[in-house]
Design a protein around this ligand. Structure first.
Ligand code: SF4
Length: 474
């Protein structure tokens, strides 16, 4: 379901980069199309930086890709090496100054950097960069200056980044332009996705494979956790940090953030959502007449639930696609109104029926309460809510703006209390075990971050947990 209306999570960010060895393609234009395909990962600002031999040129602003760029702007960014970014302001205010990519210079070297994720120890890292004048409040600028700082020691860019990985704690997938190189970096636990694609004699790096599909590039492979991939006229080079820990890819990529036509680390997002629906049907056998899903990310799970259970699937709502992300809803009544504007139940499908309502997750409960109310007002005899995620009890520190922990309804209320609050006839949540099974792995040995559900935060040593939680207003 759309974030702005239900105010669940705010997405992370999306990054894209391209390099063309034949100097025939306008990589900024392809980056524009790539960012278009990644727009679901951030709508507040976006930008593209292009390498022009003697300089790096950048255009960025507040707004969506089609608002910020036009033909004329893209013509002015013509070049065969470009990176881009779409941003949701998870840290730092949303303003032009925080839009990415960042161009960072120490007088000698100049790099462009775009970042998806969030650092836990940004404050500490920033304090080590006192000699530079940082302009923004975002982590990407810190990362850029750290890389430049390391480069001053005359080591290669790949080794510079690998050696920094010991100091940096948090989630980061990066695309970087250094001289005539396109570089992709994924943090040692691989918390955010990043993949490589190829189109004729050009290579691309993207947060999700759907962006490669959008420009007609073939998927080559995912970038591994702790890997630094450098692409230049000499080909592709890879350096990897030796890591003993398991991968910790954010499990919410499969349930919520990523597009259904993307594959991440070999797992189809659509298939994962479908498996979630099957698992739910096996776990929760409910006597009902119709299965409906909350658009959009609740739909594949509800179709699969219906198939597995034998209960018919029906469209429960029409979603208004034209409600923008700038909709103001600061009060409770505005939030309820926002639900009505966004989702309108189809009374003919609902009236007189016992409904199984499937939603992808439950954060505050406010929206779901509104949706249950709408269904009952449309004549639903019963509304049985099934949540395609375990109860979210902990906030995210890795670039996903979940609510403050106090606002997470499952952090303080029992399932029965939540059921009463949303006025549902029954309420069930998926278990962490079923979720991991649905995503394709029998246990967590493959490695997913599930900290939202169990508070097991990656990159945080046990003794650091309390301090970190305190520092980030847990
Ligand atoms: Fe994803 Fe939750 Fe982990 Fe954040 S805490 S990275 S949202 S699983």
């Amino acid at each position: 379901m759309d974030l702005e209306i239900d105010n669940k999570f705010k997405e992370e960010c999306g990054v894209f980069g391209g390099i063309d060895f034949d100097n025939k393609l306008n990589c900024s234009k392809l980056t524009y199309f790539g960012l278009y395909a990644l727009q679901h990962r951030g709508q507040e600002s976006c930008g593209i930086a292009v390498y022009l031999k003697d300089r790096i040129k950048c255009h960025k602003d507040v707004g969506t890709v089609n608002q910020v760029f036009n033909e004329e702007i893209l013509d002015g960014l013509k070049g065969s090496l470009a990176i881009g970014h779409v941003r949701y302001a998870t840290n730092g205010q949303n303003s032009n100054i925080n839009a990415q990519p960042f161009i960072i210079s120490n007088g000698k070297e100049k790099i462009a950097i775009a970042h998806n994720g969030h650092l836990l120890n940004a404050k500490d890292l920033k304090s080590k960069l006192a000699k530079y004048k940082l302009n923004s409040t975002v982590d990407s600028e810190i990362l850029g200056y750290m890389i430049l700082n390391e480069l001053e020691k005359n080591v290669s860019i790949e080794n510079s980044i690998i050696s920094l990985m010991d100091d940096i704690k948090g989630a980061y997938s990066l695309v970087i332009i250094v001289k005539d190189k396109l570089i992709g970096v994924r943090d040692p636990l691989g918390m955010r996705p990043l993949c490589i694609g190829k189109l004729n004699n050009s290579y691309f790096i993207a947060s999700e494979s759907c962006a490669l599909d959008a420009i007609g590039a073939e998927f080559v492979r995912d970038i591994e956790p702790g890997e630094v991939v450098t692409i230049d006229k000499y080909g592709i080079k890879s350096e990897k940090k030796q890591i003993e820990e398991q991968k910790k890819l954010c499990i919410f990529e499969f349930m919520y953030f990523a597009r259904e036509d993307s594959k991440i680390d070999g797992i189809s997002v659509y298939k994962a959502r479908e498996n979630i629906g099957k698992e739910l049907a096996k776990s929760f056998k409910i006597d009902a007449d119709l299965v409906v899903g909350v658009p959009d990310s609740g739909i594949p799970a509800s179709i699969a639930y219906a198939k597995e259970s034998g209960i018919p699937y029906g469209q429960g709502f029409v979603k208004n696609k034209y409600v923008g992300r700038t909709f103001i809803k600061s009060t409770q009544s505005e939030r309820v109104m926002a639900v009505k504007i966004k989702l309108n139940p189809i009374q003919e499908n609902i009236n007189g029926k016992r409904i199984i309502l499937i939603d992808d997750s439950l954060v505050r409960g406010t929206t779901l309460k509104g949706i249950v109310k709408l269904l009952k007002a449309s004549g639903a005899k019963e509304v049985h809510v099934v949540i395609a995620a375990p109860p979210i009890k902990f906030s995210c520190f890795y670039g996903v703006a979940t609510s403050n922990r106090k606002e997470l309804i499952a952090s303080s209320k029992s399932i029965e209390e939540i059921r009463k609050y949303i006025s549902a006839d029954s309420l069930d949540f998926m278990s962490v075990e079923s979720l991991l099974r649905a995503v394709g792995k029998q246990n967590n040995s493959y490695g997913f971050c599930t900290a939202c559900f169990n508070g097991e935060y990656p990159y945080v040593e046990d003794e650091e947990v309390q301090l970190t939680k305190k520092a980030i207003n847990f």
